[in-house]
Every structure is written in C-alpha cells, then in structure tokens.
Design a protein around this ligand. Structure first.
Ligand SMILES: [Zn+2]
Length: 388
C-alpha cells in the first residue's frame, strides 16, 4: 500500500497532512499527493488482484486499504487500433483509448470514483462540483452510489443531454451565467460555507486527480509497453498531468524504462495552455478572448486559476511534448470520420485528440514511425446539439 506522505504544494513544495484541503496554506498553489515510498510494482499487482477496473491499482491510490470503493465498474476501457486514420495520416501506429466506455461515458469516472471514496473516508455530508458537463454527470452518479447529496454548478450553455443526466442521477443543478471559471468560483464558495467535499475536476481536489493516473497503468498493460506519444484533450489538464505521473510511477517501480511524450489539445478559440506553449512561455495566462467552440467540455479560460494551466504546461515540457490548438471544423471532420469509419461516436472535445494528429505531423512533432495513443475522453451521445 502506498501510504500518503503529504499533500505537497506544486509551487513552493510545502507539505500538508492528508486532510480535506484544496490549496497550499502558504501560497495557494495546487496540491499533489506524495507517497512515503515508491510503489512496488509486484506488491501493487498482488494487492489488487481481486479488484477490477481502476481498483485493480488501488495500491497506487490515496485510499486507505480498509475503505470500500465507491465504484460503478470504471476503467478497463479498450485500447483500439485505428486503421483508417493510419492510412489517411500515413502514420504507422495509431490507437485510441476509448474512455467513452466508462459507466457515465467519460474518463471523469476514474477521478470521481476515487473522490467519492475519499468523501466517504472524510465523512462529509455532501459533494459539490463545478462542471462543463461530464464531471457533473459523473459526480451525480457516484454521489448517488455513495448515498450523498450532490450540488453542481454549470454554465448555462452546458449541453442539455448532460443536464438531464445530472437530474436523472438526483443532483441539484445551479445554472451559472458565464463560463466554467464563473461556475468554479461558486462551487468553491459553496464548499467553503457548507464543508461539503469539492470534487471539481481541475487540480482542486488532489484525491480526484490521482484517480486519473490509472489510465497510464492500463495503457501500459494494453499496449505492452509505452507508446511514443499520448494525446489528450485538455481544459486545465489534470488527466494529462496524472497520466504522466502514472508512467513515472511505473518507471520507478521498474516496469518500464521509457516515458511517453504528452500532447495537450485545446480548441483554437479557448487555448490558454496551447498558446503559452506556442509562444515558448513558462507560465500560462488566463484566456481573455471570446470563446466560440463546440468543444464545450474543454472550454476552460482558467480565469482565476491560470497556475493550473502552468502545472500542465510544465508537464508538457517535462515530457518533451507539445500543446496543440485545433479549429472546430477539423474536430467536427474527425468526429464524423471516427463515427463513419471506426464506429466510435466521440463528443467534439474528444475528437480534438484525433484532429491534433495532423497538426502534430505538420509541425514535425509526430514522426511517421512513432506510435501514438489518442484519448477519446467522452461520448457523443452526451452532446447531440453539436452535430450538424
Ligand atoms: Zn505553496
């Protein structure tokens, strides 16, 4: 079991006890779960043998060994090859990790399963989240499973299918004027006044972020090694950061000697992290230009928390990766192509992970003989209005 050493500030390095906190008490930086010792790969595998999905890797997660997981069978999603795209892009090995096969049809279930299990450990009376849609649906379902009330702050423009799902799972929805960053502030205030657990899936909740690491262990097992590139659609970017952390843990555990290069993909009209990468900057600034994209799931201007973007940018640099912005017409093109030629219906935000490949090739990041895994983060059925 990987015992938690501290919740360590990613900006100043200050350590905190593993309690219900979201920010560094000294500098308000985001927190990362640090463990006492490196996870022993053999022990980790033996410990999780009876569990399935992400809980197979529970020794890598910040959850007490005697805690009952709040689970709906998340994880263990397929890694599939994409021959039509290999032909079109003249690329030797293109795979996609189909996260739309999770219980609420998005990768968020990994994070929310761990977050709700932590919520039970902390004995909170409820959970609150800000969401562009997928986190809200996932939080609502896992809160129902955990028998905890759930309040969700969402931008008014959130796709109707996602709002209806949150309601079906019994959550209370607050529609917010403005964008995701406005909803983020309101959820934080609500958590502060009520003591409810804030499970917003930026970097705010360090326990939730850890759940995302499990995608790395699965890719490693399914691919049989480490692919050259992993391409992930990003808002603030916790999936990208956690995925890379997962691969680093595998390296420390002696399971692999190689790390993947991480590509973070954003919509061109809301691309704070990709723009900072393009300009060779060390820090991400909040996005101030108007946002007009069908990729609502990743449209996060990082208005009051640009440091979250910087954390992701640093991971991109550390992996020798890249930040990519894609136009809406290209993501919609690949959304249709995926559906018609591979039988996969991805939401527009997810199709960015495919549309990014042509840009990465054009810019010389992705070479013909390299292997690449694109993460399809969420299902198209949850955003039908974007289909023309
Ligand atoms: Zn700090």
């Amino acid at each position: 079991m990987a015992e938690i050493k501290s919740l360590t500030c990613v900006d100043c390095g200050h350590g905190h006890q593993a309690e219900l906190i979201y920010k560094c008490e000294r500098c308000e930086g985001s927190l990362d779960v640090e463990y006492h010792s490196e996870v022993n790969g053999e022990e980790a595998e033996a410990a999780g043998k009876k569990e399935s999905g992400i809980w197979k890797y529970r020794s890598f997660l910040p959850i007490a060994p005697n805690s009952e997981p709040v689970t709906l069978g998340e994880g263990n999603t397929p890694l599939l090859r994409m021959p039509s795209l290999e032909m079109e892009l003249e690329q030797s090995e293109v795979y996609f990790k189909n996260e739309s096969a999770n219980p609420t049809l998005a990768f968020k279930d990994r994070a929310l399963s761990v977050a709700l299990t932590a919520a039970k450990q902390f004995n909170v009376e409820g959970v609150v989240t800000a969401s562009t849609g997928n986190t809200g649906v996932s939080a609502a379902a896992y809160a129902a499973r955990a028998k905890l009330p759930c309040k969700i702050y969402v931008p008014k423009k959130t796709p109707n299918e996602k709002l209806r799902l949150m309601k079906i799972f019994g959550a209370e929805i607050r529609l917010v004027e403005g964008n995701f960053s406005d909803a983020y502030l309101m959820a934080a205030q609500q958590a502060e006044t009520t003591g409810w657990f804030n499970v917003t899936s930026t970097f705010l909740n360090p326990y939730a972020v850890e759940g995302n690491k499990t995608i790395a262990y699965e890719i490693h097992e399914q691919f049989g090694d480490v692919p050259d590139w992993i391409v992930i659609p990003i808002g603030a970017g916790p999936l990208l950061v956690a995925c890379f952390k997962g691969f680093k843990e595998l390296q420390l555990a002696g399971k692999t000697s190689k790390l993947p290069r991480m590509a973070g993909v954003q919509a061109a009209s809301c691309a704070p992290i990709a723009a900072a990468f393009e300009n060779g900057l060390e820090e991400v600034a909040a996005w101030k230009q108007p946002i007009a994209t069908v990729a609502s799931g990743i449209a996060d201007p990082l208005t009051t928390y640009p440091k979250d973007g910087t954390r992701t940018l640093k991971t991109i640099y550390a992996s020798d990766g890249c930040g990519i912005a894609v136009e809406d017409d290209r993501m919609l093109h690949y959304q249709k192509k995926l559906a018609k030629e591979e039988g996969i219906f991805a939401e527009p935000s997810s199709a960015t992970a495919i549309a990014a490949l042509e840009v990465m090739k054009r810019k010389g990041y992705l070479r013909k003989n390299e292997s690449v895994v694109s993460v399809i983060t969420g299902h198209g059925l949850k955003d039908l209005m974007s289909i023309q």
